[in-house]
Write a protein that binds this ligand. Structure first.
Ligand SMILES: [Zn+2]
Length: 403
């Protein structure tokens, strides 16, 4: 394959306004709305996808499939890790005058990038999604698959070399739009915080394990005696605010806990409520395997949400909530032990104990009186002995103790 793009070496390159390709880019539908009348297994070219990933077109049009598809706009930057960039829109149009009367004309206005204010240019629409061509670490296998596909793909009908065009069309906008990397600020709470590990308010006797970025603590008034929380050591409000190293360690704790609970014939359910809370608490509640299957747990969450008019949506396993929600948006999120995820964007009045209520309900643990944590509070002595017991049991699974 002779496709070669060296634009990335030019730090001033921001993207192109319009890209026209005959084939669709492969997997452009990732993280977005699915196209309806095409076969996603065979459709699209990996070379076009890598071209689009590099060129960052504001509008990308393709027509080869004879189908109409407008993908939700996608981001070209990683939230909180990179400076904001313009979004890209992929639009596929059907053949002119097709008998099915599928859309084949797309009318739009565009002010060239060079003439657009940089703040205006990087504005993110509400329905923006993650970049379909970027793979998160978790999707390593998928990435390898895509790479294999790219290599397997026979030579395409085009050759693209932008070397000679560089430098002639970009005009400085003179607004200092191009910033260097900003120094990383450590997030700070606005008032006293019960969960910042360094804060005097934190109940240190509940802590069972401390890593580099996260720690695990027994839940105060837990649903069960081995109900724990995974928390960032520094002050972060929600999963969506975490930097990648914190997320990574959080994943390590999840994996350790999963193994630990499995050894006890239990499976976990995790949930997070980013609403009326100031420091992220990922609640991890183990349930006996004999109590109910993962599907039943999922079902209970969905049904009990419906009963309270809460729209709890299933989101794709490989979707990170970062991809569907902007930092600062309140949400409730459940993750099951098989990786399945349920998500609700909170508008107002979300029942604060909802996660516990579902798990304590008759359908699951059948301990409804324990739904409210205040009803489960123990004395400090009791808490201390529970922590001690948990720590001892968890020790063989605790990666933070390895060197
Ligand atoms: Zn905090």
């Amino acid at each position: 394959m002779s496709l070669k793009v060296s634009l990335t070496s030019n730090s001033k390159f921001k993207g192109v306004d319009i890209l026209l390709t005959s084939p669709w880019p492969k997997e452009v539908w990732n993280y977005g709305n699915a196209p309806t009348d095409i076969d996603v297994k065979t459709c699209g070219s990996a070379s076009v996808a890598s071209l689009a990933a590099t060129l960052k077109p504001r509008y990308h049009f393709s027509a080869l499939q004879g189908a109409n598809y407008e993908r939700l706009p996608y981001r070209n930057h990683l939230v909180l890790q990179e400076n904001a960039q313009h979004v890209s829109r992929f639009i596929a149009l059907a053949s002119v005058g097709n008998p099915g009367k599928k859309k084949y004309i797309y009318a739009f206005n565009i002010v060239p990038m060079s003439g657009t204010d940089s703040a205006e240019l990087v504005k993110q629409p509400l329905d923006v999604t993650e970049n379909p061509y970027r793979k998160s670490g978790k999707d390593e296998k998928k990435t390898q698959r895509s790479k294999a596909l790219e290599e397997e793909e026979p030579a395409q009908q085009f050759f693209f070399d932008l070397n000679r065009q560089q430098g002639k069309k970009r005009q400085s906008d003179g607004r200092g739009g191009h910033q260097g990397k900003q120094p990383k600020k450590h997030p700070q709470p606005t008032g006293p915080c019960w969960f910042c590990l360094a804060s005097p308010e934190v109940e240190k006797h509940l802590v069972v394990s401390i890593g580099e970025h996260c720690y695990v603590a027994l839940a105060k008034g837990g649903l069960t005696s081995d109900h724990v929380l995974i928390l960032p050591i520094g002050h972060y409000q929600a999963m969506v605010d975490l930097s990648s190293d914190v997320v990574e360690e959080c994943e390590k704790y999840k994996a350790s806990l999963k193994k630990f609970y499995k050894s006890k014939a239990k499976r976990y359910v995790m949930f997070e409520r980013n609403y009326r809370s100031q420091h992220l608490q990922l609640q991890v509640v183990p349930l006996p395997l004999s109590c109910c299957a993962t599907d039943d747990i999922k079902e209970s969450f969905i049904v009990q949400a419906q009963e309270q008019n809460i729209e709890l949506l299933e989101i794709p396993v490989h979707t990170d909530i970062k991809q569907i929600v902007q930092p600062g948006t309140p949400y409730f999120y459940v993750e099951l032990d098989n990786g399945e995820k349920l998500f609700h964007r909170i508008k107002k009045n979300f029942p604060l104990q909802f996660g516990r209520e579902v798990l304590a309900s008759e359908a699951i643990l059948n301990i409804p009186t324990r739904a409210d944590w205040r009803a489960c509070k123990l004395s400090q002595d009791e808490e201390e002995s529970q922590v001690k017991a948990f720590r001892k049991d968890f020790e063989p699974f605790d990666f933070s103790l390895e060197d």
